[in-house]
Design a protein around this ligand. Structure first.
Ligand SMILES: [Mg+2]
Length: 220
């Protein structure tokens, strides 16, 4: 910086290129209809007693983790790929936008910002899910969770990472990004605050106004 000040967060302001990262599931998109359908089909095919509602209510971790209570080793690998086949076939019809998601991404673009989506989801399905809800991201990176998301955020110099899960807060911290948490997933506002979120919004409906204020403030 050359001015002797130490910054704990990236410098931002109207003159700094804006880069905002978003998580996907339960942040930008609501995948639950499709997840439910695919899990039910997988349970039927395999005979495994998958607790569909448990998986649907704890979205965020990688699929391998989510299915690990019912499958192991090679069977887990096979189940994950079969699930992806089943889910992929219905993604376009059974993916919904989260409230305010389209507007939140548009708010970044309107400021000339770059939107990057960083998600644990299988990357081709992440891209299809975004098409399904009409969101265009500049960069989409899949297969990343927790600290690994943070490395992507750092590589892209993301000033902000928006997510619904405590692991997204960790991702932002690793990436040197401001952690903006939305309480639209399983985590409550207090859980997200306890995880260290810098900002907690009730949903993305509040994001455009927050972004405008934050940009106008010019510094942390
Ligand atoms: Mg999420």
């Amino acid at each position: 910086m050359g001015d002797g000040l130490s910054y704990t967060r990236p410098v931002h302001g109207a003159s700094t290129p804006l880069v905002v990262g978003f998580d996907l599931d339960m942040t930008l998109i609501d995948p639950r209809r499709g997840v439910r359908s695919a899990l039910r089909a997988l349970a039927q095919e395999t005979g495994a007693a998958i607790d569909v509602e448990l998986v649907v209510s704890t979205l965020g971790p990688p699929l391998e983790t989510a299915l690990s209570p019912w499958f192991d080793g090679d069977a887990l690998d096979r189940a994950c790929w079969r699930y992806r086949d089943l889910h992929g076939a219905i993604l376009l019809e059974q993916t919904d936008p989260m409230p305010g998601a389209v507007e939140a991404v548009r708010a970044v673009s309107k400021l000339g910002g770059t939107v990057i989506v960083v998600t644990a989801k299988y990357e081709p399905h992440a891209r299809t899910s975004l098409v399904a809800v009409g969101i265009e991201a500049d960069v989409v990176v899949g297969w990343k969770y927790g600290p690994a998301k943070g490395e992507v955020l750092r590589d892209h110099a993301a000033q902000v990472y928006v997510g619904d899960h405590p692991a997204d807060v960790i991702a932002a911290q690793v990436g040197g990004s401001l952690s903006v948490a939305v309480a639209t997933g399983e985590a409550t506002p207090s859980a997200l605050r306890a995880a260290g979120a810098d900002v907690v919004l009730s949903s993305l409906l509040a994001f455009p106004a927050w972004l405008e204020n934050w940009r106008a403030s010019g510094s942390t």
